[in-house]
Design a protein around this ligand. Sequence first.
Ligand code: TEU
Length: 553
Amino acid sequence: MKDFKKSVVYQIYPKSFKDSNGDGFGDLKGVIEKLDYLKELGIDYIWLTPFYISPQRDNGYDIEDYYNVDCRYGTMEDFELLVKESKSRNIDIILDMVFNHTSTGHEWFKKALAGEKKYKDYYIFRKGKKDIPITNWKSKFGGNAWEYVEALDEYYLHLFDVTQADLNWDNKELREEIYDVVNFWIKKGVKGFRLDVINLISKPSTFEDDNIGDGRRFYTDGHKIHEYLKELNENTFGKYDDIITVGEMSSTSIENCIKYSNPYEKELSMVFNFHHLKVDYKDGEKWSLMDFDFKKLKNIFNNWQRGMIDGNGWNALFWCNHDQPRVNSRFGDVKKFHKESSTMLATAIHLMNGTPYIYQGEEFGMTNPEFNTIEEYRDVESINYYNILKSKGVDEENIMNILKSKSRDNSRTPVQWDDSKNAGFTTGTPWIYAPENYKKINAKNSLNNKESIFYYYKKLISIRKVENTIAYGDFRMLLQNHKQVYAYERKLNDESIIIVNNFYDKECTINLKEEIDFDGKKVELLISNYKCNYDKFENIKLKPYESFAIKLK
Ligand code: TEU
């Protein structure tokens, strides 16, 4: 059986991964084509984002039918083949389950709109007056979170897009429908679930205006969330000891995350939180521009590492996913130090306590595309915010700069397989364009060069498998006040591993001797992104984005 503490998960956004039939849209057969590539990388699990039947308003996070494969992605036979072919390479499949909401095209919602009482109670409908929404809560994609339905003279709640109606978890029948969905996919042989915004499912019993925020404090980590997760666990994946789960936790707290992921609570295996990815939000606002706050980043990592270890919880470690801009474009320098900054960021995240996640293309350094016109964007959130910023009078150039740095489409461009047309993603017209840099930055080039980012990731993955200290060791932040360096020690019994990362394009000096006792210890270099001896521990000069890990015994 796999140990998730020693495992690495690879995230696939199938729409942008590999198109096998030339329709411009990635598909499951495309994923099968690339399994040998993933085996070479050494990952243990693939997390597949939603491929169920969906109008694709939010690229599959708006589900119309949980039990079938959308024809754009392929067929159920393709899915079954994918499970089988992955298994034969010792890779397991994690499915993405969206249970906070369904598409308004789901038959439950259609029946609700037709006035069927049973299905109306699957969602959150409230009587209200036209033009006076039930509360002032904001949808995460912009605008008010309540939508008025003329025919019923009622509103329904949608925390995301207007076509994503929130489900009512207080309804037992609805919860049972959800257990059926999970059990259906377990029978297909999947070995894990990623639960979309799962900490938002428990809504308050009465709805009131939020006079100090956007409403999230009323439904985030809601009052029945732990009860619902325990029940879900007991009725589905909790019956198997080889299924892992990861909850996507929006605006959450360490205290709740410990509960979600402490094995004694019988809820989930691990959690994603996003606090470390808000360090470049000016006053907490995503749609603004700001350099990242390094001090804050260090503090967040330190607090979460310590908090989760002390509380016996378990973190998912990640920089990138399909909602986040590429991390090398964000916290690195892809123009001057593409390889150095991409590998430094990889080291910094992978060797902490938790299970690392790699997002497609990250393993060979894909970057943000730098789209110049709104026509190149596809994401519903980006387009909504483009309009919102326009209506606030922000000028076009400014808006485009904000989107270039913040849009979710930054990570959704086609995987750059080689230097052929459309980056080898499709023989047709891609649904979203690849940036020009695919001619240089692509998987083929990376595979052909043993010194590439790809092989660096491969090595990081193998270190976690070999070094118990990385998988199970304690965490201590080093050089706490250093303005450029994020360094930490992992420790297990008498062994310690020191990880050092220069987050800037300038050289700097560090002194490890002040914090680590090197006397009489054997030093072994595990990985580094510059050629260096690392044989002295005082006044170490670090080059731009230099990063290394050494083992002391
Ligand atoms: O995302 C949840 C979520 O709130 C964000 O990551 C969101 O995209 C960001 O905060 C906006 O600034 C999940 C999925 O990962 C995302 O793709 C879906 O759109 C969303 O849920 C709704 O299902």
